[in-house]
Write a new protein. Structure first.
Length: 289
């Protein structure tokens, strides 16, 4: 879970005093929000364009795609350097015009690297390299989700219209084990990534009352597990994956979490994406969840 400071305070107040420590280590991050518009979700290369410069500079990041924005989280101490890096490397006016910042606090977070690694491209500690990204201490396992997903968005002000099915999704999550669901709220926008069968059962009319927009494509999700037990400083996972897929014309929607990362690709590009990651990073494929 990633929340801003106000959200974190709400979480704390909602828990009994003796359970508040269960939120884990609280580490402050800063967010760079880049507005791209609803058309960008269908285009290849946006995640690559934003994450690759930071990867080259050795800046650790977590990454969240939404329907119209990309959100890049970096350690507070790296925020200024990350913003300068993006503004100097990317010449798109949309990036220059819409870079903004806010302070975020993960409810569970390891301490990020205090000394970002600035290795040359294709070099990492351990000597040997593979595919220009270096040999890693942990193997990479890809777990494809079997069901197609829908990506939908609506305005935050319309949240009361969808409160009932959304509450059902959160409360009855155990009954839907193995079915993907993600909820992201950024400024005035709420983005959902949801198993398509769940979407149709909870929102039977599709785009409810004209207030909800669903991307026309079906998407598939691949879980990325590097076996590190959480966010790994010094491992540029977002940059590596988006570089490989984006440079080969694969459109991606990216979601970082504390334990794993998730990359969404259009359903007709799923096999291509998996093959590229296996060939470039030596990843293995797990059974479907």
């Amino acid at each position: 879970m990633m929340v801003d400071e106000k959200g974190l305070e709400v979480l704390r107040k909602g828990l009994p005093f003796h359970e508040r420590d269960h939120l884990g280590n609280i580490q402050d991050w800063s967010a760079i929000s880049v507005y791209e518009g609803p058309e960008a979700i269908s285009a290849a290369g946006y995640v690559r364009a934003l994450s690759r410069p930071l990867m080259k500079e050795g800046i650790d990041m977590m990454y969240y795609s939404t329907f119209t924005h990309d959100l890049i989280l970096v350690d507070n101490e790296e925020y200024d350097r990350a913003q300068r890096c993006l503004l100097s490397r990317i010449h798109s006016s949309s990036v220059r015009d819409f870079v903004s910042s806010s302070s975020l606090s993960p409810s569970s977070s390891p301490s990020p690297s205090q000394s970002p690694r600035r290795e040359k491209e294709g070099e990492r500690e351990g000597g040997k390299t593979r595919g220009g990204y270096g040999e890693r201490d942990h193997s990479m396992i890809l777990t494809p989700f079997p069901s197609p997903l829908s990506i939908v968005t609506f305005l935050s002000r319309d949240l009361p219209l969808f409160a009932s099915p959304l509450v059902d999704l959160f409360i009855n999550a155990d009954e839907r084990e193995g079915k993907f669901f993600s909820f992201t709220r950024l400024e005035d926008e709420i983005s959902l990534v949801i198993d398509h069968s769940l979407f149709m059962s909870l929102f039977p009319s599709g785009e409810e009352e004209g207030r909800m927009t669903r991307h026309p494509k079906m998407w598939r999700c691949v879980q990325i597990d590097v076996g590190a037990g959480g966010f790994t400083p010094g491992l540029p996972l977002v940059g590596m994956i988006s570089d490989i897929l984006g440079s080969n014309g694969v459109t991606i929607y990216y979601l970082s979490t504390f334990e794993n990362d998730f990359v969404l690709v259009p359903q007709d590009q799923t096999s291509t994406a998996i093959d590229l990651l296996v060939q470039s990073l030596g990843a293995s494929i797990a059974d479907e969840p």
